[in-house]
Design a binder for this molecule. Structure first.
Ligand SMILES: [Cu+2]
Length: 508
């Protein structure tokens, strides 16, 4: 089967992909109508649909869904690949819920019982590739118990029921889920394991946004060898020649639109280690939201820059008829020499639509700008890389935070609940590290010591690299609210994370 035929089959499946899952509690009050938006991706005017992950529109109140991990063989980019997957697909299903929902996810780990790389005394040696867990990236939910607890390990041939109580005042937007088991996260994400997690939002009800087709645009990367399998990640470098960049589990899909049509793309960088500087020929992006948090005003950009795990909700207004490439731009930082690459196409057909862009956006009232006066404590963190024949992996670079590797038995930062902190995070290495912290979003206020004109809410931000002998840095502010317990901050280059570039934090 050629990938073109497969894309068509996927696209056809997408038109009927609305899956309703009933509530599991007696107090559930299912509401199957979307908050707004033409969210099933079906175009008008006879255009062919765009491949979308399976959509699970979940009811409010209490919602429940199964999520199965299994090996599967799929076709992508004219190749047959056999990889670890969610639900047998190259992209996980989209879970769509409202804030205020308690979301139960029954994770069924159906990977083979054998775990070829057993745990050793060193937790930062990649291991147990068939053991998994589930992280709700960017969600402000409890990091403990059976919630967003990344210390859990779900062994193969077992299952676990997660329960995420999403606060009613949680900002709505584009989040995602992915495995976060230390030691196997890179292996599993190099197989494309990730899915969108959409919280319905005030933004969806803005008339110009509601009128636009609402499309997930999840970019992930397969790293497959010539036999179509993901080589075991044991600390070696993954060559770029192994990479297949995918959009919604397909290679270079074409999005067909009419001239004058406005579409909403939920751009999501679910790669392991690839920075996505995205440009669309002949078009600009109207940025609505970053990392799931609506901006104060629409921002017009010629390039959207997504660190690993960043999201951007954008509107695109289709220009003159023609075929336009969406490109990941060249990335040279740290000697990466990661070339420009087309990841998809926009095909603009003649049309008479004159759809508008919104003039005002509903930024969430629960996230006012953090003022100087609110700061109760300041901290400094350092991200570094040491090269050479160092332990624990001879010949493999060592990636540290505060010159230490991850130790699951050590708490690196103890933070008081309701404190408001300002952190300066310095990067002494010559490559970017995408900084991520769980449970609470942060406000990025400065980059390389220079204040941003307007602070931005994020849950991931690249720390610029060392350049001309000057280390890079970001300055962020965080309100530690609502939830106590242990969780982590880490580099979201998932290879670095598995190799130990992670700290345990405890909110008390
Ligand atoms: Cu890193």
């Amino acid at each position: 089967m050629s990938y073109k035929r497969r894309d068509i089959l996927q696209a056809l499946a997408a038109t009927g992909a609305l899956t309703l899952v009933t509530g599991c509690g007696s107090d559930s009050s299912p509401n199957f109508s979307p908050a707004g938006g033409n969210f099933n991706g079906s175009p008008s005017g006879g255009l062919s649909p765009f491949p979308q992950p399976e959509l699970r529109q979940l009811p409010g109140g209490r919602a429940s869904t199964d999520l199965i991990t299994t090996f599967a063989t799929n076709q992508v980019a004219n190749r047959s690949v056999t990889t670890r997957t969610y639900e047998g697909k190259l992209v996980g299903p989209t879970l769509r819920v409202s804030p205020g929902t308690t979301l139960q996810v029954n994770l069924q780990n159906r990977f083979p019982a054998t775990n070829e790389f057993p745990k050793t005394a060193n937790p930062n040696t990649p291991h147990e590739f068939n053991t998994t867990n589930l992280h709700t990236h960017g969600l402000h939910v409890s990091p403990t118990g059976n919630s967003d607890n990344i210390f859990l390990e779900i062994p193969p041939q077992s299952q676990f029921s997660y329960s995420f109580a999403i606060p009613a005042n949680h900002p709505g937007g584009t989040f995602f889920y992915h495995p976060h088991k230390h030691g196997s996260a890179a292996m599993q994400m190099f197989s494309g394991m990730a899915g969108a997690l959409i919280l319905e939002s005030e933004l969806d009800r803005v008339p110009e946004v509601a009128a636009a087709r609402d499309l997930v645009y999840l970019v992930s990367e397969l790293n497959v060898n010539s036999s179509g399998q993901v080589p075991n990640f044991t600390g070696d470098v993954f060559p770029l020649s192994n990479r297949i960049l995918m959009v919604n589990g397909t290679s270079r899909p074409t999005l067909s639109v009419q001239s004058g049509e406005v579409v909403r793309l939920r751009l999501l960088n679910a790669t392991v280690r690839t920075h996505l500087g995205l440009q669309l020929e002949g078009h600009t992006f109207g940025v609505l939201a970053l990392d799931g948090i609506t901006l104060p005003a629409l921002r017009n950009e010629s390039e959207v820059s997504l660190a690993v795990a960043n999201r951007a909700d954008v509107l695109i207004r289709a220009q003159a008829p023609g075929r336009y490439a969406l490109k990941k731009m060249q990335d040279d930082e740290g000697g990466m020499n990661d070339p420009e690459e087309i990841i998809g196409y926009l095909e603009v057909l003649p049309g008479t639509l004159q759809m508008a862009l919104p003039s005002a956006l509903p930024a969430p009232s629960s996230l006012p700008t953090i003022s100087d006066a609110e700061i109760t404590r300041r901290r400094n963190l350092t991200f570094e890389r040491f090269t050479g024949p160092n332990p624990p992996l001879p010949g493999v670079d060592v990636f540290t935070i505060d010159q230490k590797l991850h130790d699951p038995n050590r708490v690196d930062q103890t933070i008081t609940l309701n404190s408001v902190e300002e952190w300066t995070i310095t990067n002494f290495s010559d490559q970017m590290h995408p900084f991520h912290i769980h449970t609470n979003p942060f406000q990025l206020v400065a980059r390389d010591g220079m204040a941003l004109a307007q602070p931005e809410w994020h849950d991931v931000s690249d720390i610029p690299p060392l350049m001309n002998g000057m280390p890079g840095s970001i300055t962020i502010r965080i309100r530690f609210r609502d939830f106590t317990g242990r969780t982590v901050l880490h580099c979201h280059n998932v290879m670095h994370e598995d190799l130990g570039m992670m700290q345990t934090i405890e909110i008390v």
